[in-house]
Write a protein that binds this ligand. Sequence first.
Ligand SMILES: [Zn+2]
Length: 204
Amino acid sequence: MPIIEGIVKFRQEDFEKEKEFFQGLKEGQKPHTFYVGCSDSRVVPNLITKTLPGELFVVRNIANVVPPADKNEGTLKCTASILEYAVKYLEVKNIVVCGHSNCGGLKALFYPQEKLEKLPLVKNWLRLIEDLKEKVKDIEDEKLREWEIEQLNVVRQLQNLLTYDFVKERVEDGRLNLLGWYYIIESGEVFNYNFETKEFELIN
Ligand SMILES: [Zn+2]
């Protein structure tokens, strides 16, 4: 649908139908979950979690990355500032890092250098995760390698979250719950990272 038409239709149809609900949101938000996802247009946070406006505080970027606390300079600060706000001010109960299949951000790690030179800002961003390539270098099957690096990337971002003291202390005392998800575009399935077995398990 053309985007302008969508705006009008939303107001006239959806908003009207749920007017009381939307108006009830006017005084403030109390989201229960901070969702870190990929900017990919096919993975829509509220859609795949069936959550409503007011429930998810969201940051999306290329390959759902959380820059670690010690690499937090320049443009990388953007995601971290949103994290700080979500945890310390909004006091969310959960942080979800959601990766997905067929992620262009992770594929880009394998592009020839000259292709990435044309995207210097993206290249800089991807430096945060380029070492993951090394971990999958022995996997020959391309599809398997893709899935593996996408899942490793989710685990890496969970680790990066814990480099922030304000996250670590809340996780340790139980105020904050970390979740690592992997969404499969073609099946709609979401796999959840089990911190004990270190495996992704289908959420069912
Ligand atoms: Zn992606």
